[in-house]
Design a binder for this molecule. Structure first.
Ligand code: SF4
Length: 688
């Protein structure tokens, strides 16, 4: 068929948080093609999408899709069930836990793949229906330290910029970001910027593909970012290269920072991180000699036992150089999942916050939500996701409702997470697929993909965009919001939403930063960026143009010292393992593994090892090797490459059979954000 003969509808990508918009061409319930929407409807991606946005929709109609609920039979095997029977089992299971142990023994993992409206209901369901504050999501594994660090310094825990700021910047500073593979369309825009003669500085333990475009690439040891960032801050202050006017008028705390960074001399930075004084000086001069700089990062900076300190150090750097609040300046933590900004944070499926980051410990906030939701809310925050698996181990949690997440593979120390899930008294999994976590479930509920529902996602630059249903739900699957509504009503509530616009309406009236955002406006205006306080507010392209979101309107610079990674290489485990993504796969692979068209590119995990280390251990390119930490081991092929520094190895995170999180640690967590230390684990590598 020709494109003109097909049905077409515009929507937002369901993979990453760049938030590309595209038209989807369908024939009945078959998705046949996508094309970027007209540029005015797609300010983020213009005329581009990446390989996932273009080609990876086979998963929607793949054989593995769940099309009917599953319950355990008398032999402990799954059998198909009607929705009625499945709902009855779920309600009975949840109520049994509540009656025997109280609501706080229930936990809920919400889904950053789901829409804002659905995530709002997940937070409401946890507090109103289950009676627990233990609700969290994947942000705990990635950018929660960004949120904690930026909120402490500037007030908001989100990107201050819009994607357009990358093009208006004179220089871009990237760290801990494999942008080409994790945020491909954003990477394309950054590379174009460099081709136009602008500067790009990359600090990273791997010479990631975007580093090939950099005007300066500097290799760093994973786990020591505070040291080189503090070294830059010190160099800039000591050499009077900072923006005195900005610091004087718009910040407080420079004296404490000046004192805290004294020990981070260029020689000390080199000794600890391997960054030479020349590299430090060159980066400092690039940052300070250009008028407009954007600082971007992803999980290389955040997934540490001191991720929040890393972010505060980076926030100090942007602030003392005056790179905030003006076009072409700002901070941009590239968010991972398609809706982790909106669903994972803004909508408040969080143990300590209601929607819009309204703290549950604040009595007025609690009263507002107790009245709106007609329930009592415990003033004590619940457990974060990483803490849930430790608390359940201590019998503090007995039940879990897991939506659109796969914690048996994605949690740190996955052997431990799997044991906890197996021991859980009652576990409900709601997903598109019978994922690895579902093998421990009592009931599995079939959910819909983003192509089968309508709502909104919020991308990495706080832009709320429409998601449109383009095909019918597969089999008997239902949208997350419909399932939550059915369960709430069976558990004594009277939810009566006819569509997700009504959910959005309820949410915005309780959430000041989303106060002016309706689906109607999002559709008409092609997206809206929060904060957007009322129906006449135009939304906010760039944060901190006038003041910071703090009581006194100033940025609060933070004195940051230095914390070692929780586990350093030693005689028994002499290498540092760092983990991440590859372009052709996505997280635990439930969506990308069914994609035949891309399987040939990265059909298994691997480990990258530096040629010097490979020679030391007698490893050749392609050899199968065992990668082992104190917590577990996996066997994968070796890729011998100089793109990884000596002393460090890298492995991706995408396959259950070689789950790299068997090697990571469930207990080393950031003290503020409880983010795990995915980026540094001591390991040894031996040829098989
Ligand atoms: Fe989708 Fe991200 Fe690719 Fe854009 S860059 S098409 S949002 S996966």
């Amino acid at each position: 068929k020709r494109l003109e003969d097909l049905t077409v509808e515009d929507t937002t990508c369901g993979y990453c948080a760049v938030g590309c918009r595209f038209d989807v061409y369908t024939d009945g319930d078959e998705v046949l093609a996508t094309r970027p929407t007209e540029p005015e409807k797609s300010p983020v991606n213009g005329i581009s999408t990446c390989v996932k946005g273009k080609f990876t929709y086979d998963f929607v109609d793949s054989e593995g899709r769940l099309t009917t609920p599953l319950v355990r039979d008398e032999n402990g095997e799954f059998r198909e069930a009607s929705w009625d029977e499945a709902y009855e089992r779920v309600v009975e299971g949840f109520q049994d836990i509540k009656e025997e142990y109280g609501g706080s023994a229930m936990s809920m993992i919400a889904s950053s793949k789901a829409t804002n409206e659905e995530n709002y209901l997940m937070g409401k369901f946890a507090r109103q229906v289950l009676g627990t504050n233990t609700v969290d999501n994947c942000n705990r594994l990635c950018h929660s330290s960004t949120v904690a660090g930026l909120a402490r310094t500037y007030g908001y825990g989100a990107a201050s910029v819009s994607t357009e700021d990358f093009e208006q910047a004179d220089a871009i500073f990237l760290t801990g970001s494999n942008t080409t593979e994790a945020h491909p369309v954003l990477a394309t825009r950054i590379k174009q910027h460099v081709k136009d003669g602008k500067e790009l500085v990359v600090f990273d333990p791997r010479e990631v593909q975007i580093a090939e475009y950099a005007t300066q690439y500097t290799e760093v040891r994973p786990g020591f970012d505070q040291v080189w960032i503090n070294g830059l801050v010190r160099y800039i202050i000591e050499n009077d290269l900072y923006d005195e006017e900005f610091v004087e008028e718009r910040t407080r705390g420079i004296d404490q920072v000046r004192e805290a960074v004294q020990e981070f001399t260029p020689d000390y930075v080199e000794e600890v991180t391997g960054v030479t004084p020349e590299e430090l000086k060159s980066a400092a001069e690039t940052i300070t000699s250009n008028d407009r700089v954007v600082f971007g990062w992803t999980l290389g900076l955040t997934e540490h036992s001191h991720g929040t300190e890393n972010i505060m150090a980076m926030a100090n750097l942007a602030a003392i150089t005056g790179n905030l609040g003006k076009p072409g300046t700002g901070v941009s933590p590239f968010r991972g999942q398609n809706n982790v900004q909106g669903g994972g944070g803004d909508m408040g499926p969080l143990p300590d916050n209601f929607p819009g980051y309204q703290s549950i410990t604040d009595e007025e906030n609690r009263k507002k939500f107790e009245e709106a939701w007609d329930c009592e809310i415990d003033p004590e925050p619940g457990f974060y996701t990483t803490e849930m698996f430790l608390a359940a181990n201590e019998d503090e949690l007995q039940g879990m409702y897991c939506i659109g997440e796969n914690p048996s593979l994605s949690e740190p120390g996955s052997n431990h997470a799997s044991e906890v899930l197996e021991e859980m008294e009652f576990l409900v999994v709601q997903d598109l697929f019978l994922n690895d976590t579902a093998k421990y479930a009592d009931v599995v509920l079939p959910a819909c993909s983003f192509l089968e529902k309508t709502g909104t996602f919020t991308n990495t630059d706080r832009r709320v965009q429409m998601v449109k249903q383009v095909i019918d739900p597969k089999g008997d699957s239902k949208t997350d919001w419909e399932i939550l509504q059915d369960l709430a009503n069976r558990m004594g509530r009277e939810w009566d939403y006819d569509n997700t616009a009504e959910i959005m309406e309820e949410m915005r009236q309780l959430t000041p930063i989303y106060g002016g955002i309706t689906q109607e406006r999002v559709e008409e205006e092609g997206g809206l960026q929060w904060p957007c306080y009322d129906l006449d507010h135009p939304g906010t392209e760039r944060l901190y143009t006038e003041e910071f979101n703090t009581e006194d309107g100033l940025a609060h610079l933070q004195a940051v010292g230095y914390n070692e990674p929780g586990e350093l290489p030693d005689e028994d485990y002499p290498l540092s393992l760092t983990t991440g993504r590859v372009l052709y796969q996505y997280h635990t692979g439930t969506m990308t593994h069914p994609e035949e068209g891309i399987q040939g590119y990265n059909d298994r995990d691997f480990v990258e090892i530096n040629p010097e280390d490979a020679a030391d251990y007698g490893i050749e390119d392609g050899d199968l090797v065992t990668l082992e930490s104190r917590r577990g081991e996996i066997t994968v092929p070796a890729q011998v490459t100089a793109r990884i520094g000596s002393g460090t190895v890298f492995a991706p995170i995408h396959f259950a059979e070689t789950c790299v999180n068997k090697l990571t640690d469930s207990e080393r967590l950031d003290p503020h954000a409880r983010t795990p230390e995915f980026k540094v684990s001591a390991v040894r590598v031996t040829p098989v």
